[in-house]
Design a protein around this ligand. Sequence first.
Ligand code: SIN
Ligand code: MN
Length: 218
Amino acid sequence: MSALIPRPRRTVADGAVLVPDWLDVDRQRGIVDACREWARGPVPMRAARLPTGHAMSVQTVCLGWHWQPYRYSRVADDAGGGRVLPVPEWLAELGKRAVADAYDDPAAGAAYEPDAALINFYDDAARMGMHRDQEERCGAPVVSLSIGDTCTFRFGNAETRGKPYTDVGLHSGDLFVFGGPSRFAYHGVPKVFPGTADPGCGLTSGRLNITLRVTGLG
Ligand code: SIN
Ligand code: MN
């Protein structure tokens, strides 16, 4: 929900920018509807399995390239063998606008061509441990869009999983972009706050996060 007192945009680290309330509620609802479609298949939304054998608590469906710990493929061999849907033009365009707005740099936005999207759904108990987005062979920024319940997003440094890090609240509609010196920083989601979203966003519970990436894969 938009705050009565607007939250200011914030540079959390060099190249890592939070733009609160970037998506209006109608746009959020449209994205939630699209996510529901994507979650049906041809590659169904599922909890990816870590090399330890444990399933992640987050459920994921991908566009453009299928991600599983820790690689990309065109075919989801760990989730039924279907071929991933492409990143739709409108979503790639949103990514361009996100980069342009976050960095106040229209040229950087125009040059941004995401070819993969990971859609993660968090129920009330889901979490994501500190990790780096490092399966991409490209240093282009990651664009992150959040819809639904507020979470704590922990944004750290490129060297270690631990401190120093900064905890920021990501609310429904917020944009977070991390690129440049922050592109390979560790980050995670230690907590989701149930019941904090405006149901007008299209989700009655839980949290959706979409990250757009440039894989650099052929
Ligand atoms: C991710 O790191 O892939 C997801 C981050 C988030 O859910 O905000
Ligand atoms: Mn990540």
